[in-house]
Design a protein around this ligand. Structure first.
Ligand code: HEC
Ligand code: HEC
Ligand code: HEC
Ligand code: HEC
Ligand code: HEC
Ligand code: HEC
Ligand code: HEC
Length: 397
């Protein structure tokens, strides 16, 4: 058996053992600390959620190329100076939408085995190989850099988790008591994020759709966090002054900063959370980004534009999203990720840094010219990118 086979045999045995212990005859005591059982266990009773989840990216990011050769999107036939490895080195493909990275097996970093991320990524919008941490790749194991957000059931004594990808229990918490429970015990033994207070509910998503560090281990993800808990007991969010991940004025530059953006918005103050706008067990309506309604219809479902004034009067036809969720951030190529502060970005931001997109970018005129027009229509102090809102309590310090 190859190394990967042994690794998964270990994981499978552990899962089976947990299962056997949990299911011992006569053993119906379900009040103990629940453990992670894996998404497969939820399938029979929740077929609808399970099938829908299979369509979403949460279940698809990491895949075995042997089991699913079609998942390989990088062009391994083309010669490339950047790509220094072949498909034979790849244990898992990693990513399906913007970019694909590749995991190779290593046994160096942990007894249970681990993976390294190979030094090139394939950008899907441009069909190009690009270097990825080419200098340092051998020092960056999956379990130290990625697993907390790309696997489920990660704890400090099991950094590989019980399942690759974002499984049911990543949002619902460990499910053994729920699977074992009976009658009225069932619903009480599992977390439903929609029934949590809105700020605690948003943390369920925010633990991965953000950046920061675990206070105990210093790892870049919340290691032992369980849905329903207060995230900031153990995790500190990145400050928006971090220039590697944010432009000046706190505009996001990197991907997975949605939660940090959102916390600065009026939506956060009024309990409009990730779940208000996004579906979780389906790809959404006409939309792979899982929004509940397509395009600006989503915004109009809550916002009435009865009396369009100023900028809205000129753009009554306009897309709310293009102006209020500018694509300033980057996953694979510049401008593929939407900012989630819902504040418009004035052309002055582009004047200050040409790499920042602004809400008026549709216009061919220069940023300077557009800023003059913006000030006439919105007013110099109109840019809500710089307008102060009182943010909810931070997890800092
Ligand atoms: C043996 C059947 C069974 C299995 C297996 C099962 N569930 Fe359930 N689940 C139920 C029942 C029954 C309910 C209660 C439905 C109701 O009250 O409407 C429920 C309710 C839920 C709820 C809603 C709870 C609430 O408070 O609203 C969630 C979330 C949930 N299950 C998730 C899961 C997850 C995740 C798994 C896998 C770890 C799982 N279930 C496995 C039967 C099951
Ligand atoms: C990305 C987070 C996430 C994942 C992954 C996820 N869920 Fe959910 N689930 C939620 C949220 C949020 C809600 C409540 C809001 C909603 O139903 O849209 C919910 C609600 C539920 C409910 C209650 C449904 C109802 O109508 O009250 C069940 C049952 C459930 N999930 C089962 C599952 C199962 C089974 C899986 C895995 C196949 C799964 N979920 C994966 C976030 C998630
Ligand atoms: C355990 C980490 C984790 C949790 C918890 C989580 N996500 Fe995600 N989410 C991811 C990852 C990773 C991806 C990208 C998967 C891929 O493409 O490889 C993703 C993708 C998505 C996408 C698809 C759009 C896209 O292209 O990125 C949406 C929408 C989304 N998440 C919303 C949510 C919401 C809403 C919640 C909370 C109810 C949530 N997520 C909870 C990690 C997480
Ligand atoms: C703090 C959580 C977190 C950590 C740590 C993290 N990611 Fe992600 N990653 C996400 C989320 C959330 C998404 C999807 C949303 C987005 O891209 O904005 C994502 C998206 C991706 C994608 C794009 C998927 C696609 O379908 O195009 C790749 C590839 C990826 N991550 C690789 C990695 C690698 C490799 C590591 C470790 C070096 C890592 N990530 C560490 C949260 C994280
Ligand atoms: C007010 C509605 C709203 C809220 C609240 C919201 N989103 Fe979004 N989200 C959107 C829209 C609209 C898009 C872009 C969809 C499109 O272009 O079709 C989007 C896109 C995304 C994407 C795809 C990648 C990107 O950024 O382009 C992810 C992932 C995502 N949201 C996660 C989250 C998370 C996590 C939260 C909570 C912290 C959240 N969203 C809160 C409306 C919302
Ligand atoms: C679920 C309902 C809901 C949805 C969907 C929604 N919003 Fe909101 N929005 C609110 C609420 C509530 C507030 C806070 C009260 C207010 O200012 O009206 C708000 C506030 C705002 C603000 C700030 C207003 C201010 O005074 O600073 C902007 C901008 C905004 N929303 C834009 C959008 C955009 C763009 C979308 C679509 C991507 C959207 N909203 C979708 C409910 C929603
Ligand atoms: C051409 C760009 C543009 C479009 C299109 C646009 N907005 Fe705005 N919006 C602005 C600007 C600029 C402001 C004023 C500065 C700010 O608050 O960000 C604003 C302000 C707002 C506010 C704050 C309250 C107010 O009236 O001052 C809300 C809420 C809002 N917009 C929602 C929407 C919704 C919903 C849509 C889609 C139906 C939309 N906007 C379309 C640029 C736009």
């Amino acid at each position: 058996m190859d190394k990967r086979g042994r690794l998964w045999l270990f994981v499978a045995t552990a899962v089976v053992l947990i299962g056997i212990i949990g299911c011992a005859p006569g053993e119906r005591e379900v009040s103990g600390t629940p453990t992670f059982v894996g998404s497969n266990e939820c399938r029979t009773c929740h077929a609808r959620e399970y099938q829908g989840w299979l369509e979403t990216l949460h279940s698809q990011g990491i895949q075995d190329p042997e089991a699913n050769p079609k998942a390989v999107m990088g062009d391994f036939d083309v010669e490339s100076d950047v790509r220094t490895f072949s498909l034979n080195d790849v244990a898992y493909i990693f990513g399906v939408q913007w970019k694909q990275r590749y995991l190779t097996e290593t046994t160096d970093s942990a007894e249970q085995g681990d993976f390294l991320i190979l030094p090139a990524q394939y950008n899907l919008a441009t069909n190009q190989w690009k270097p990825y941490e080419a200098e340092a790749w051998q020092t960056r194991p999956f379990t130290q850099k990625c697993s907390g957000c790309h696997a489920t059931g990660v704890t400090n004594d099991r950094l590989l988790g019980v399942e690759m990808n974002v499984g049911c229990e990543a949002c619902h918490g460990p499910g053994s008591n729920h699977v074992e429970g009976e009658g009225r015990e069932r619903p009480r033994s599992i977390v439903n994020p929609a029934k949590l207070p809105s700020d605690i509910g948003a943390m369920v998503c925010g633990r991965c759709h953000s950046r920061g560090s675990d206070r105990e281990s210093n790892l870049p993800f919340a290691v032992n966090y369980i849905p329903g808990e207060y995230l900031f007991n153990t995790f500190t969010l990145l400050e928006t002054t971090d220039t590697e991940h944010f432009f000046p004025d706190g505009l996001s530059k990197a991907h997975h900063l949605h939660y940090i953006d959102w916390r600065q918005s009026a939506h956060a103050l009024h309990g409009v959370t990730c779940m208000s706008c996004h579906t979780v067990h389906s790809t959404g309506v006409n939309n792979k980004l899982q929004t509940k309604l397509p395009g600006s219809t989503l915004c109009r479902s809550c916002h009435e534009m009865n009396q369009p004034t100023r900028i809205h009067a000129i753009h009554s036809f306009g897309s709310c999203i293009e102006c209020h969720m500018v694509r300033t951030a980057k996953s694979a190529v510049e401008g593929d990720i939407h900012i989630h502060t819902f504040k418009t970005v004035s052309p002055a931001e582009t004047v200050a840094d040409p790499n920042v997109r602004n809400s008026c970018s549709c216009h061919p005129a220069s940023a300077q010219e557009m800023q003059a027009i913006y000030e006439q229509t919105v007013g110099a102090a109109g840019s809500s990118a710089t307008r102060e809102l009182t943010p909810p309590q931070t997890g800092g310090s």
